[in-house]
Design a protein around this ligand. Sequence first.
Ligand code: PBG
Length: 325
Amino acid sequence: MLYRPRRLRNGETLRSMVRETRISADSLIYPMFVIEGDNIKEEIETMPGQYRYSIDRMGECLEEVIDAGVKSVMLFGIPAHKDEIGSGAWDSDGIIQRALRYAKTKYPELYYITDVCLCEYTSHGHCGALCGDYVDNDKTVELIAKTAVSHAKAGADMVAPSDMMDGRVGAIREALDENGFVNTPIMAYSAKYASAFYGPFRDAAGSAPAFGDRKSYQMDFHNINEAVAEAGLDIAEGADIIMVKPGMAYLDVLYKIKEKFQMPTALYSVSGEYAMIKAAAKLGYIDEEKMICETAVCMYRAGADILITYFAKEIAQYIQKGLIG
Ligand code: PBG
């Protein structure tokens, strides 16, 4: 027998020598929730191990991130008050803006990305301004661009629009440039599907829609060509990084988009993926550490350059321990 594929699987040294996928903590982003109030660190029931922090305690989380060797966080804000148009999102004294000013001063070594969306700020929980029951695209795009600029003014290093309105990347680029933020990159949630995997996040952020669903703006999970089209539009409008979301069940979409555009491509492994692993591990049905390692590596293998995950700290530690890498 000339070819024996098993020859190269014999022993850890050889296996790690011929490994095709290498991962590094440099490409991990940790999503975290900041809430209005004082002295708050409350666990999110549906995401054990994840917390909502008030600004005065967010340092506890940022220090853990830094200690783990993760270099970037993505901030989500939970305001005290919501209204019809989500005006808390672009308030210069809003939760994200204040959190950014605090964190950038206290922990300047971290790289701060903000999620740009209105759903945490609207009383109805939809990602934009309503016209009847319909989310008004063009009006929302204006508000989203305004929000992105206010994040940049407060110190955001990068903005990540997750609203899925048409034309928002172009509008954000123009607004950032006009305000002197030509070097603030945009990471576009390009192929963001209407997904049940976001369930735990909506508990965490109190952002479940009060009526209907998000299917008129987020994508239908039956589709993949449409994801390619969405990514193409975002790139044409000036996206620096494109993103696929959710992760685990959408790796075909990631693979296709990476193959086609060869752009820096991020994958967001979302709250439901985290919750499933946590819940099954708690029941003793799976090995949590092995499951985190395997799923993370598979995401990179499928084409992710960047991974946004609630397991970022654990993954960084597993890389350091040599469990993966
Ligand atoms: C805001 C937003 C959501 C997520 C990221 N940004 C929720 C949604 O679209 O309903 C989901 C993240 C997760 O589930 O971890 N639009």
